[in-house]
Design a protein around this ligand. Structure first.
Ligand code: NAD
Length: 484
């Protein structure tokens, strides 16, 4: 049985779409139709922006509420999501192939955690402070909500990445028009269901799935929007940044990555291999921050290639809805084709496959590709330079720590990264010198209380932590004639 929606969530109500165009969602593992939603047109985006604008500009509305009052609504929203988390995780897994064991924890858990975190933050974070003026009297320095936010999210962690934006934006007092990716529309509609059940005021959150890039591009350039928050590919980010630059519109961009895992010569291989799966192959490599360049000291190169290849051989490929699966299919046929073309390029440029490289045997349906390790890769090879967004790792030899650092930094991207060592001081010292937005020593556990984002082609601005709230606020100074 398919799940089919007939309306869009606009202005706090399920609203008939302006056209009969639809977006279909397919199972990544069976290729079967899972359901469909209306495809929002530019007219629907206009209606959603108008609703968000009216909600934001309402003189007694959401943006003017005391933070505590907004926080109560966000807590209710989190509770409504919690009640739906199993089904949300199931829909994400079915659509994009994420193994359910990860989807339940991440996609089913992070959205509520983000809402509760930002609800608590605004409860304790003053909206303004009064400072003695350096000239005369005092100045009230306010952190006002920035306005109507256009939020555009990708398919790889569609819930988590949506709430990296929705939670701080709503907590700050902004209103939002969200455009989910067309590959993951069914879980996105459950955000609308939870918002309606939590009684978010009309227009505070609007959800408009659009086919292709048209609806998103229309949202980015819309005169009723004050800020864009985007997660997706670097190419799309560049195009969005151009539009926002022309319009002088603030924009946060979370883009691609090609991070390095630097394994130092003193690393304990068993511990390193144990941690390496989560930082390199999680979600079939369809994660922006993961380390797909494994930098290995020349003296231990064969040992590391063999150990990593053995580890990859043990990974259980299967139905993403099966709890024992750790590698599911890729999200789309197109994504599989892209990954296969990179595997061919890796071979053509002299790389040696030690494990994987093909479609797994026994899967005649679904967009599966075996997790693949390439040895004898140079840091200049295409597969070491470009984001593949699939389960393909390159093991690259280095001579010493400085050589490893040079290679880690010799990349267009700078999003994540890891250093593996038994000497934590040495690891932390090297990690501090890697040009990246975030990096872990002997692991990488994203901390929602700390800023996350990229340098270079990996993006602009930061999400998460108090800094992620500031991204939806603007400063305003009110000069007062007297000290208060
Ligand atoms: P994508 O750029 O194709 O699409 C992302 C979203 O943007 C979709 O909703 C899409 O419809 C929309 N979009 C695309 N072009 C647009 C345009 N010109 N104007 C407005 N909207 C537009 O990316 P994808 O294939 O869905 O996701 C994979 C990419 O996302 C990878 O490059 C990955 O690294 C990146 N990503 C980055 C992060 C991060 O936090 N840095 C997290 C996850 C994914």
């Amino acid at each position: 049985m398919t799940v089919d929606y007939t309306a869009l969530y606009i202005g706090g109500a399920w609203t008939a779409p302006s056209s009969d165009r639809r977006i279909e969602a397919f199972s990544a593992s069976t290729e079967e139709l899972l359901g469909s939603v209306p495809a929002a047109t530019e007219t629907d985006v206009d209606a959603a922006v108008a609703a968000a604008r009216a909600a934001f500009d309402d003189p007694r509305g959401w943006s003017t509420w005391a933070p505590e009052r907004r926080a109560e609504v966000l807590d209710r929203f989190a509770a409504e999501l919690a009640g739906r988390s199993d089904e949300i995780a199931r829909r994400v897994s079915s659509q994009n192939g994420m193994p359910i064991r990860f989807a339940k924890v991440v996609e089913g858990g992070v959205p509520g955690a983000m809402l509760r975190y930002y609800a608590d933050l605004v409860r304790t974070h003053p909206e303004f402070e009064v400072r003695p003026s350096l000239v005369v009297g005092s100045t009230e320095v306010r952190r006002d909500p920035i306005g109507v936010v256009g939020a555009i999210v990708p398919w790889n962690f569609p819930q988590t990445l949506a709430f990296f934006k929705l939670a701080p934006a709503l907590a700050a007092g902004c209103t939002v028009v969200m455009k989910p990716s067309s590959e993951t529309v069914l879980d996105a509609m459950m955000i609308a269901e939870a918002a309606a059940a939590a009684e978010l005021p009309a227009g505070v959150l609007n959800i408009v799935p659009g086919a292709g890039r048209t609806a998103g591009a229309h949202l980015v350039a819309h005169p009723g929007v004050d800020k864009i928050a985007f997660t997706g590919s670097t190419d799309a980010g560049r195009s969005i940044a151009e539009t926002c630059g022309r319009l002088l519109r603030p924009v946060t961009l979370e883009l691609g990555g090609k991070s390095a895992a630097i394994i130092l010569d003193d690393a304990d291989l068993a511990t390193t291999l144990q941690g390496l799966f989560a930082v390199s192959l999680m979600n079939q490599g369809q994660s922006c921050y993961i380390c797909t360049r494994i930098l290995a000291p020349r003296g231990r190169y064969s040992e590391i290639v063999d150990g990593l290849s053995d580890l990859v051989r043990t990974l259980r490929i299967g139905d993403p809805l099966d709890r024992s699966t750790v590698i599911g299919p890729l999200a789309t046929a197109r994504q599989r084709d892209i990954v296969e073309s990179y595997i061919a390029k890796g071979l053509a440029e002299g790389g040696r496959i030690t494990v994987g490289g093909s479609r797994p045997a026994g899967f005649d349906r679904g967009w599966y590709v075996e997790p693949t390790v390439f040895a004898d890769v140079s840091n200049d090879a295409t597969i070491a330079r470009e984001e593949i967004f699939g389960p393909v790792l390159s093991v690259i030899p280095f001579d010493d720590d400085e050589d490893a650092l040079h290679m880690a930094n010799d990349s267009a991207y700078g999003l994540g990264g890891t250093v593996w060592t038994t000497d934590l001081e040495r690891g932390a010292a090297l990690a501090r010198r890697v040009q990246t937005g975030s990096i872990g020593v002997n692991g990488y556990t994203m901390d929602h209380g700390a800023p996350f984002g990229g340098v270079k082609d990996s993006g602009l601005g930061r999400e998460l932590g108090p800094e992620g709230l500031s991204a939806y606020q603007q400063y305003k100074s009110v000069y007062l004639p007297r000290s208060s």
